[in-house]
Design a protein around this ligand. Sequence first.
Ligand code: RIB
Ligand code: CA
Length: 313
Amino acid sequence: MMAQKLIIDCDPGTDDAIALLMALAPFTQVQVLGITTVAGNVSLDLTTANARRICELAGQTQAGVYAGCPRPLLRPLITAETVHGKTGLDGVTLPYPQMPLQSPHAVPFLIDTLMQSAGDIRIAALAPLTNLAVALIQQPAIAQKISQLVIMGGAITQGNITPSAEFNFYVDPHAAHVVLHAGIPITLVTLDITHQAIATPERLAPIRQQNTAVSQVVIDLLTHYSRHDMAIYGFAGAPLHDPCVIAYLMEPSLFTTQPVAVTVETTSELTLGRSVVDRWQVMGAAPNLNLVETIDVEGFYHLLTRAIASYAS
Ligand code: RIB
Ligand code: CA
């Protein structure tokens, strides 16, 4: 697995927290340059405190957490508190973080870090894309400095916050539109993939048996988080949306992709935030991203298990 430089934009949120634990794990050989937070699952103050809590749990506070935008570009903030409860990390009690919040704001951090880089930085986007959209509007040149952007967002079939839209794209459809059309090398992981990565008891058993502080937090978070998805969708466990992005960056061979043209609905009330795939380019637009089409689910859980286990050693 190649060591890589990574910035993670997130809104912890249970699945973001597990994605962070994967990326920060000793096993993963990823140099996390910074973690930027945004409002989404819960408000910005909570997503930022939760990101710091997870860094402290992982024993990895050197990366730094940078707070970003407290609301979408144009729409009022809609959080997913109904899904994640009031704290965003319901099911566990983690102490209030001691690590300092880094300056500057997430947007200048993104711009300065990318513009000073050799163009070798990857970005994992696990939340509404407000921070990245504001950075692109302020400094469009960063688009040429991002070596790869892997986004959890969108839905080709069924949405999860409305029948047609996935939560991250629904919260800030205008930001999603800016990012998808900025000319960045993008790989898109939609609900059609993450709804296959269901944390069933059988798949979680090897993590449950690890019996470490980190593995226990993973189990407790997923036990609480799964109740909502099992009730709404009838799943046999929680879908691990954001960890699929980290898994793709760590082991892309677990997935297959197809270049396609994708845009985002930004006006219709009924389908706001819908990711629209033009597979046959009937709208004339050339492919603007690689759409993840398949996932090796058991291989994904094997990778997650190994990453979490590496905290024990
Ligand atoms: O729709 C799933 C996405 O929305 C995930 O990133 C989850 O954390 C929420 O942000
Ligand atoms: Ca998220």
